[in-house]
Design a binder for this molecule. Sequence first.
Ligand SMILES: [Zn+2]
Length: 412
Amino acid sequence: MKLKVVGFLSFLLFTMSFTVFAAETHRYFVHLKAENAEIRTQIANIIPIESVVEDSVYAFITKRDFLKVKQLFKNRIVEYHSIALPQIENRLRNIEEFPSGDEKFHTYQETIDELHKLNKENPSITKLISMGKSVEGRDILGIEISSSKRKTRNSILIMGTHHAREHLTTELTLMTAQYILGNSGKSERIRNLYDDTTIYIFPLINPDGATYDITGGSYHSWRKNRRNNGNGSYGVDLNRNYGHRWGTIGASSDPRSDTYMGTAAFSEPETRAVKEFVEQTGNISTILTMHTYSELILYPWGYTYDGVGGADQQVYETMANQMSKWNGYKAQQSSDLYRTAGDTCDWAYAEHNIFCFTFELSPKSFWDGGFYPGASAIVPTFNANIRPIVYAIENTNDPYAVLNQKLQAYNF
Ligand SMILES: [Zn+2]
């Protein structure tokens, strides 16, 4: 364990050299003992848990959150490390690009450019759609892929990067659009995806946070959006800001916290944009919302240990288990990890009966790179997840059909 920690710390120091959060001078890597979901929930009420491994949880937190941990969970601390963050150099403040070696990842502007390119190359089956604007006024842009072949159809919404530092999810969602459009001429199966259903892909729900995370050409481990909270702190946790049982558990009311829930449900333009898009579209039956990391497929509820029950429970379990066979991730109810309220899927299912899955992509742990696994993780992550994504699209018109389905071979 010790050697691994040293490796992790040198990774952090490497990725964080030269830049820093404006008001932050240190971050703390903590390892806490937490034997069950109830204890993990108590911890999740205070800090963002980033991974759960056996009877332990790990997090990388602000000094303020660390002081709370010391106060509330002193006996649970197995180890911690303080990481000093040097001040950002003024001359680098306007640089918005990935660190050297990670240039394959798409910045906000590169993501927008790629969506425009895909639309230009496929004008008859794609449309660019703006959900709305972020706190700092960036467009939340996505692409619709559909043909007019079938009139009665449902839609699927696939989203990336609610959390700023989870850049791998932007890549997976962009590559999914590229893959579908790139193979439409070669594969009837792929053509059927957009002939039968409407596919909406939004790679960057949190463009401000994602941009801030790479300011100066290095990583800042930023999670939230860039709301100015008015007390010197920035950011609301977008995946705690949705409106089902908002603020009741697993989220913080402290604006400085990484899991700050905001001043009200849907207080943020980014979550409001998703809400309004889902309401206006009207026929979305499936959502895949991509996060990193831990290699999990999660489904509601998040706020309670109870399952959703009935046939819907069977659909969730059948789909999650099937998808996990392809990507090798662990399928489980969200609250099996710890309880949280205000996430995308609890809201989507509670308010709109949408079958909504949260993917926590690769890697599996901190030691494999955590939020920053490097550009070499992009293609393997896409290869692991394209079958689950195609499966979800193919069952969008009638998710209940999975209950009576014989699995087909998936040859791509
Ligand atoms: Zn996330």
